[in-house]
Design a protein. Sequence first.
Length: 222
Amino acid sequence: MRVLVIEDSERLRRSLRHGLEQLGWEVETASNGEEGLTLLREREPDAVVLDLMLPGLPGLEVLRRARGQGSTAQVLILSARDRVEDRVRGLESGADDYLVKPFSFDELCARLQALLRRAHAREENRILCGPVAVDTAAKRAFRDGEPLHLTPSEYAVLELLVLRRGRVTSQEQILDRLYHGTSDVTSNIVEVLVSGLRKKLQSVPESPGIIQTRRGHGYVVE
């Protein structure tokens, strides 16, 4: 388990590192926002303990930039700012939890473990296909970390294809998934849906997509 502590107080930084390493966690630290953001991007930690009042780049800006760059690390804000509006602002900026100083080390550890359990449960529902991720629990899809705006039918087709990854899925199987055997629909509907899906899934026009056509058989995601 990799944890990044971004905290300008050397005493607290060293104390947190020692305590977390005693629990068997791999810990890295940063004393300012710029260094913290760099480590966050390069090391891809599982969790981040983030102070708000950092020299240089403030904690909230570190958080916003990290989320903008696609970081999915669990972020626990650790701050002396105890007003409700500060907590709300932190959570709205992308934090997963907020703990006020002074704090109990045992509570901090318990909160980190809870965040990581939650993240692990979410990962079990997430299927990756190159730059595309499909969250089968939330019924959402992402490309390069950015949400894709799919219609319910487009999502249903994509989910079916990724769940059958490596196997050809026929138009009849897709129609059955969408319309449960209704006989008055045509295969043209599938072609239109797949065409729209491909456009939304491709980051660069005319680049190879993840959905491949097998002439006379159907579609496959490799």
